[in-house]
Design a protein around this ligand. Structure first.
Ligand SMILES: Cc1cc2nc3c(=O)[nH]c(=O)nc-3n(C[C@H](O)[C@H](O)[C@H](O)COP(=O)(O)OP(=O)(O)OC[C@H]3O[C@@H](n4cnc5c(N)ncnc54)[C@H](O)[C@@H]3O)c2cc1C
Length: 489
């Protein structure tokens, strides 16, 4: 698009939306990046405050042929929330209403409401919204829906998709639509609601949603167990599932990860260090860990606790005596993510999924990858649903390490597909995983997805170039300096 046409489009946008449109020097500092830190230069950033404005933006984007990227908190790790070069960004965070229907067990929320605020509002009414991405303080429900976000409680409670009754919003061409209804049953027409979920902002704009809530669990019990090897920890996790115990959370931390966490003692509170020492002090080297949480009715949790302790009788661990101790055990898991930066200043966090039969092979392979690339490969993840976060740690100023990381990701993706797994379990494809889409899907599957995109978005306005066009991420400029809100935690 010529500069003249771009200027005319922005002038029309400003006439229609006034102060909601930011351009030039008034663009917000993080307008051009998401958590993948790939740098792009949008020509306008639009902070909408109501649905009428959303419709106006879509109509103008279609009329002038301007690419439009929808944005919540911008915490996407794949570049799916990165704007197109010279495109417009539509920020929906101001649509943050939350209304709990305590009788129906439903939450009526605006797309910009944060995951955490939805849960806080639900809990006040004795209900609970289970999907809990680690970014929940910041991430919006619009972003969660568009990526089908998962979280720690996935194995017992599922992912975002499992909690959606209805979505409201706009087609890429600007028409208002509602998919599903605030009803517990709905069987009319094609299920476009589920097509929008996980479509990474490419098939429509979600402005509000009706979500399913569950009764808030009456009790919870948190444990931390240590194991001499990664394989021993994974076998123990598998034994929990074989025993038909369904913990709300079963987080695995491999030895590389725990080794880092142990070296960052100073950053943890004294109580956390005491509990960590209690578990890890019994081992000569850093052990692998399993953080397990049971929840539900108090009597059921008591029964499951007894069962788990019998099953793990030969392992060394602690069981939280109260909420404060449970919180300290959680702090251990939370510090793991930051602790890894001792192994490199930049992290690739690959959210792959493998079948339970391949857990041990995956972990063996992360060590092979470590040798092959010379990079640390600390791994943690949700051991009850096979969604592991394999990290490749490298220094971004070192070209040899960048090449090793690029090669390492490719090898990992190939291995995961070989094992019958998925290249992404919760982050989506965006730009970062676009080169690997063909590993996961055959030609017919990709063609079917593209046909849907063409039908709903004939001018290719929403998030063009994402997912389907392999993106050369390693050649693209990145911004490592900007501090993101979640970097502070
Ligand atoms: C520290 C950290 C921890 C994380 N932990 C997890 C985790 O445990 N589980 C997990 O699943 N993810 C996790 N993520 C990734 C990220 O937080 C999720 O993908 C989240 O769902 C994105 O929400 P957001 O509001 O930031 O969306 P954005 O990043 O702004 O957008 C994400 C995608 O959704 C689209 N989108 C945004 N709003 C809308 C809308 N209203 N309508 C249509 N499309 C829209 C965007 O165009 C983009 O494609 C983590 C990220 C960080 C930084």
């Amino acid at each position: 698009m010529s500069e003249k046409k771009r200027g005319a489009a922005i002038a029309a946008l400003k006439r229609a939306l006034g102060k909601a449109v930011l351009t030039g020097d008034s663009l917000p500092p993080r307008a051009g990046i998401d958590n993948a830190r790939l740098v792009f230069h949008p020509s306008a950033y639009i902070r909408v405050e109501n649905e009428e404005q959303v419709a106006k933006v879509l109509l103008l984007a279609n009329k002038h042929g301007v690419p439009l990227t929808l944005r919540g908190a911008g915490s996407a790790t794949t570049g799916s929330a990165s704007p197109s070069e010279n495109g417009w960004v539509l920020d929906l965070t101001a649509l943050d209403s939350i209304r709990i229907d305590a009788t129906a067990g439903m939450a009526h929320v605006g797309a910009g409401a944060t995951t955490e605020n939805i849960n806080i509002a639900a809990e006040k009414e004795g209900w609970f919204y289970p999907p809990d991405p680690s970014s929940k303080k910041h991430s919006t429900i619009g972003g969660n829906l568009a990526t089908n976000a998962g979280g720690l409680r996935g194995a017992k409670y599922g992912v975002t998709r499992d909690y959606v009754f209805a979505l409201e919003g706009f087609l890429p061409t600007g028409e208002r639509v509602r998919w599903g209804a605030p009803l517990r049953k709905f069987a009319s027409g094609f299920n476009v609601r589920d097509l929008w979920i996980g479509s990474e902002g490419a098939l429509g704009v979600i402005t509000s949603a009706t979500l399913k809530l569950l009764p808030k669990p009456e009790a919870r019990q948190t444990f931390l167990f240590g194991f001499t090897s990664d394989a021993q920890a994974l076998r123990a996790a598998i034994s929990v599932m074989k025993a038909r115990l369904v913990p709300a959370i079963m987080e695995f931390m491999d030895r590389q990860t725990v080794d880092c966490a142990l070296r960052r003692r100073r950053e943890k509170g004294p109580e956390t260090n005491r509990l960590l020492k209690k578990v890890t002090g019994a081992f000569k080297k850093a052990p692998a860990l399993l953080l397990i949480e049971l929840d539900g009715r108090a009597a059921v949790v008591r029964e499951d606790r007894k069962h788990l302790l019998e099953l793990f009788a030969k392992f060394h661990g602690v069981s939280a005596r109260d909420e404060a101790e449970a919180e300290s055990l959680w702090e251990i898991r939370r510090t793991c993510s930051q602790a890894m930066f001792q192994m490199g200043d930049t992290k690739l966090n690959e959210d792959i999924v493998v079948p339970i039969s391949s857990y041990l092979e995956l972990l063996r392979y992360t060590l092979e990858l470590k040798k092959e690339t010379g990079l640390a490969t600390p791994t943690f993840g949700h051991a009850a649903d096979g969604n592991f976060h394999v990290h490749l740690m490298y220094n971004h100023g070192d070209p040899a390490q960048c090449r090793a990381a690029e090669r390492g990701v490719k090898l990992l993706m190939e291995k995961v597909v070989d094992l019958g797994g998925a290249i992404t379990g919760e982050h989506g494809i965006g730009l970062a995983k676009s080169p690997f889409l063909k590993l996961q899907h055959n030609k017919a599957e990709i063609e079917a997805m593209l046909a849907i995109k063409r039908a709903l978005d004939p001018k290719d306005i929403l998030n063009p170039g994402k997912m389907f066009t392999p993106f050369a991420m390693w050649k693209h400029p990145r911004d490592y300096a900007t501090v993101m809100p979640w970097d502070k935690h």
